[in-house]
Design a binder for this molecule. Structure first.
Ligand code: FES
Ligand code: FES
Length: 383
């Protein structure tokens, strides 16, 4: 495979690299730069052990392509030796027994550092949610939570922000939303209104779902945007639909995390072929995660009173929620969502109204459990 050149800043030093485009940032840091304080656990974006700061934001280096960090400012645990806030966190983790074997600790400290700066008024519940993407098989988390509480209680937020280099206290933002951090890995080309014109790479998912109702009746539902949105659990339109542009939000429940993505999309229909395309971008304000997605669909008749929709989905998930973005978990979310949506469309195609329960966000602890099982399996295979 041909190599490419990148230039970035790592721990304040300019660094250049020649690497294969598929090289992950974690491998580049550990193997090329010998910064082995960045640990690798699951290598699937689940455990958080590999968390480093990219442009001042905690990011999973195992699922971030090094090539996407060209021009970025990367900070690993090795750069925090003289950092006043990190010194307080290290001290608090030691006093509260927030670590044992230390495998998770570099990633957990990076996340804790971000929590203290970003959510200075976080209570115990919020801290638990914020660090829920950093898995620890030793401590039971109580010590880590107590350590972060301790630092928050004893370090004024202004003081912690003053300790930061300017580039880290002023994160870059995209034109799509002020709530979303820019990540260096955006490959989507954006048009006006922040809608991606295309998504050149991402995770692909293909599905076929069958639903009650003739193709004519189902197409009428699909063609009516407010009607179809009411069939998607957790989804709601924001305001009137203007032309082919749709604004809305959608909630999903992932164990303790309940992201609500608000965003904008463009819809196109091909009535002759009974097919269509939706492309859009959403962001979750709380976690500062961003989702770009494109869905192509085609409707066919599968019986006198049943229809089949073939779906081709491609998505990119960026930010803290990318920990749950590995394909197995996303597929489980997508399958639950599609099954309920298909049932609701079937009801609507026959002139009915889906009940309120069927409109609730999909999710639950099962999804989180799937992520955890994958993590533990990977970790035990490794040890
Ligand atoms: Fe990156 Fe587990 S090694 S999230
Ligand atoms: Fe051992 Fe967290 S201290 S995994």
């Amino acid at each position: 495979m041909s190599k490419m050149s990148i230039a970035l800043s790592v721990n304040g030093r300019p660094v250049q690299g020649e690497l294969e485009p598929r090289t992950h940032l974690a491998d580049f840091l550990r193997e090329d730069l010998h910064l082995t304080g960045t640990h690798l656990g699951c290598e699937q974006g689940v455990c958080g052990a590999c968390t480093v700061m990219i442009d001042g934001r905690p990011s999973r280096s195992c699922i971030t392509l090094a090539a996407a960090c060209d021009g970025a400012d990367v900070r690993t645990i090795e750069s925090f030796d003289d950092d006043a806030l990190m010194a307080r966190l290290r001290d608090a983790f030691t006093r509260h027994h927030g670590l044992q074997c230390g495998f998770c600790t570099p990633g957990l400290l990076a996340t804790a550092y971000d929590v203290v700066r970003r959510v200075p008024d976080a209570d115990r519940n919020r801290i638990q949610k914020e660090i829920s993407g950093n898995l620890c098989r030793c401590t039971g988390y109580q010590g880590a939570v107590a350590a972060i509480e301790d630092v928050l209680a004893n370090s004024p937020p202004e003081a912690t922000l003053r300790a930061l280099p300017r580039s880290q206290s002023t994160p870059r933002t995209t034109g799509a939303s002020d709530d979303v951090a820019s990540t260096p890995a955006m490959t989507a080309v954006t048009s006006d209104q922040g809608i991606p014109a295309s998504i050149s790479d991402g995770v692909r998912l293909s599905r076929s779902i069958t639903m009650d109702g003739s193709a004519d009746d189902v197409w009428k539902v699909l063609r009516d945007i407010p009607s179809v949105v009411r069939c998607v659990p957790g989804a709601q339109l924001d305001g009137e639909t203007t032309g082919d542009v749709v604004r809305g939000h959608m909630a999903v429940s992932l164990g303790p995390m309940q992201p609500k993505f608000g965003g904008v999309g463009r819809v196109a229909f091909n009535d002759g072929g009974r097919s269509g395309r939706i492309i859009g971008r959403g962001s979750d304000r709380l976690s500062r995660s961003q989702l770009d997605g494109e869905l192509n669909f085609a409707l066919t008749e599968s019986g006198p009173e049943s229809s089949r929709v073939d779906l081709d989905i491609v998505y990119q998930l960026k930010g803290p929620l990318a920990q749950f973005g590995r394909p197995a978990v996303v597929e489980e979310v997508a399958d639950r969502l599609l099954a309920q949506t298909a049932e609701n469309i079937g009801v609507r195609a026959k002139g009915g109204e889906p009940d309120a329960q069927a409109a609730k966000a999909v999710g639950g602890f099962g999804l989180l459990w799937a992520a955890l099982v994958g993590f533990w399996k990977g970790l035990f295979r490794r040890s």
